[in-house]
Design a protein around this ligand. Sequence first.
Ligand code: AVJ
Length: 316
Amino acid sequence: MQARVLANEFAREVRAGLTGAQQKTLPCRYLYDEVGSALFEAITVLPEYGLTRADTRVLEAHAGELAELLPPNTLVAELGSGSGAKTRPLLERIYSRKPGVYYPIDLSQRALARCAVELGTTAAVVPLEASYLDGLRQVAERRAPGQTLLLLFLGSTIGNFEPEYAIDFLLAVRLSLQPGDVMLLGTDLEKPASQVIAAYDDAAGVTAAFNLNLLARINRELEADFDLRQFEHLIRYDEEARRIEMHLRSRQYQIVNIHRSDLIVDLAPGETICTEACHKFRASQVREMARIAGFEMRAQWVDDEWPFAESVLAAV
Ligand code: AVJ
C-alpha cells in the first residue's frame, strides 16, 4: 500500500509525534495559533508567571546601557517578535537620534501585523514571515556593508531547545552574523522547584487551556476528534536537568482519529503527550554556551525579583 502524501507539515509532524512506542510528543511551536497566542498573552500577566515581567524590567532598566554599546548605524532584528511590547523601550533608545529599520522575524502573520502597529512609530518595521534562521539569512542579505546588527532573542524561547541543540542553534545564528554584531539573549534562570511548577500550573487554569488548545487546533485544522474533556494538563519538573515539561494526560483508554494526518492513535489510561519542554539556565551556563558558539559575553543583567538574565553576546 502506498502511503498517502500528507497535506502539510503540521499534519506530518503530528503524525510523527504520535506514532511509535516511545513518549508521544507534539511540537511546541504549534501551541501558538490565534487562540493559543491570545492565551499565551494572558499567561504573561499571571501572578505566578514572572518571566515576562522580569524580561521587560531588565530590558527597561538597561536599554540605555545597551544602546551605548552599539554604534550609531545599528540595525535591529528580532527572532519571534511576539506583540513587540517588550521591544519598544530598546528601539526608542537605539533609534532616538535617527530612526532605523526593525526586522521582526516570526512565522505568525498576525504577530507581525501587531508588531508593525505597536512599533511603527518608533522604527521602519519590515516584517519577515519566516523561520528564525531563514529570516536571519534574509536580514543578512539586506544589510548594508559596515552596519552592525543587533539581534534580539528574548523571552527565554531558547529554553525550548534541548541544551545541546541550543548550542547548535547559537552556532547557526553565529554563521549569519558578522564579527561585532550583538545578540541580546533572554534566559529564564534556575529557581526553586515550587516556583517553576506554579508558573506552568497556574491556579486559574490559563496554562491548562493554552496546553489543551493544541488538541482543539488539531481538531480544527486536521479534522481530528480529540475529546478535550478526556485530557488533563500535567506539569513535570526534572530538577536535575532544570527542565519543565508540559503534558496532556489521557484520563481513560481512548482512540482518536486524525483524518488529515492519516492516523488513528490510541492512548492508554494515564498515558501522556508531551507538548513542551522549557529549560531553566544558570547564568554561567549562558556564557559557556555562547563561548562555544563563537560569542563573547559583554554584559549580563539579572532581575532582582525573578531570576532571569539578559546577556549581551558579541560575535567574535
Ligand atoms: C515562550 C517558551 C518562553 O517556556 O515559559 C509558558 C512558553 N509555556 N507557559 C515558557 C510557556 C507555558 C514559554 N516560552
